[in-house]
Ligand binder design. Structure first.
Ligand SMILES: NC(=O)c1ccc[n+]([C@@H]2O[C@H](COP(=O)([O-])OP(=O)(O)OC[C@H]3O[C@@H](n4cnc5c(N)ncnc54)[C@H](O)[C@@H]3O)[C@@H](O)[C@H]2O)c1
Ligand SMILES: O[C@H]1[C@H](O)[C@@H](O)[C@H](O)[C@@H](O)[C@H]1O
Length: 336
């Protein structure tokens, strides 16, 4: 499958390396970025062409499928261009930063009549999250009542402002919990503790997101993106008869100097390397077999409706109701 990739930044480069060196059945033939130097450097990794402009890349006759790894606000128009061209597209999270744009994407895809979009919610491919899902689906802890989540990054750049903890970061937990619990969220509230001194001025950090699902499950998500000590992802679901907790990545326990310790992972590329590999291989395989089968444009849209409510909740201090329309039949299990 001949792939064109838009956005050759951090994760764009990671995915080009992955698609070139690890994933079978695919090759990156063209890349595009508003930063021509970045595009040329990343194109060289794959021996790909640089195409000047995202629209041109989508319409390039050699490109059979597209990977979108540009900035979040650019995703909507790029994914819509892929749908207009009838080309399958893997779009990194978030599908869109604004819910209204997500609605345009699901409407365009339904009008096309066949699934074309997959969203990069890679946690669904992480072995630990999959083990949790298997326990929950088997009723291993009874009916879920609560979930406690932690999403900590060691630091964040100056461009990372106060909406991003919800739009860019908690969006992972929002999708993972929708998937683990099998239901949608109905309200969001954001609590703001004292902020850390280790942050840029335009950022409120940490933030605590409180969500409620349709059946009354309560979920809390601590987002702390300047925690300094490492990249730490935690998740525990509490049910009527037990709890299930996301395992930490396996690491050797070292006993030395009077202490027993193990290292904490430092960044997301290492924490989720296996999940990214499995995710992209599954995307390539499913597209070659006819249509993408992973997280859909509906999942991307539903998550953005929640992040937008969470941003409003932080700004107003209110409990914000989440007004998600009914899931269209097109996006139900077994639909095209
Ligand atoms: N799944 C994950 O865990 C994960 C991890 C990191 C990033 N991401 C997502 O991937 C996306 C990119 O993140 P990043 O960390 O690589 O950011 P980045 O800033 O390193 O890279 C973004 C690139 O997109 C380019 N770009 C911006 N607008 C463009 C446009 N209109 N057309 C073409 N190129 C454009 C920029 O020049 C830059 O090179 C974001 O949506 C982010 O949320 C996901
Ligand atoms: O784009 C990144 C990425 O999604 C990481 O997985 C997350 O931990 C960061 O907070 C976010 O900025």
């Amino acid at each position: 499958m001949k792939i064109g990739l838009i956005g050759t930044g951090w994760i764009g480069e990671e995915h080009v390396k992955r698609l070139t060196g690890t994933i079978s059945g695919a090759e990156v033939v063209a890349v595009s970025d508003i930063d021509a130097e970045r595009a040329a450097a990343v194109a060289a990794i794959a021996g790909a062409r640089v195409v000047d402009g995202a629209e041109k890349l989508v319409d390039d006759p050699e490109v059979e499928a597209v990977v979108v790894t540009s900035w979040g606000p650019a995703h909507a128009e790029q994914v819509l261009a892929c749908i207009a061209a009838g080309k399958p597209v893997f779009c990194e999270k978030p599908l869109t930063t604004e819910a209204a744009d997500g609605l345009r994407v699901i409407e365009a895809e339904q009008a096309h009549g066949k699934r074309l979009v997959q969203v990069g919610f890679m946690r669904r491919y992480d072995p630990g999250y999959r083990q949790m899902k298997a326990v929950l689906d088997a009723g291993g802890v009874g009916a879920p009542l609560m979930a406690h989540c932690v999403h900590r990054n060691p630091d964040s750049p100056e461009s990372y402002h106060s909406d991003k903890p919800m739009v860019d970061t908690a969006v992972h937990e929002i999708d993972a919990l929708r998937w683990l619990l099998g239901e949608e969220f109905t309200s969001a509230q954001v609590i703001v503790p004292r902020s850390t001194a280790n942050r840029f001025p335009d950022l409120v950090d940490p933030q605590i997101l409180l969500l409620e699902t349709a059946s009354g499950v309560r979920v809390d998500v601590e987002v702390f993106v300047n925690c300094r000590y490492g990249y730490d992802i935690q998740c525990e679901v509490v049910g009527e008869t037990g709890t299930v907790r996301l395992p930490d990545p396996a690491a050797p326990l070292v006993r030395s100097g009077g202490r027993a310790s193990y290292a904490v992972v430092q960044d997301f590329p290492s924490r989720f390397a296996d999940a990214f590999d499995v995710e992209l291989q599954a995307w390539v395989d499913s597209v070659r077999a006819g249509a993408p089968a992973g997280p859909s444009a509906w999942d991307g849209y539903a998550a953005t409706v929640v992040t937008n409510a969470a941003v409003e909740a932080r700004r107003t201090g209110a409990v914000v109701p989440i007004d998600l329309p009914e899931r269209p039949a097109f996006y139900r299990e077994g639909a095209p």
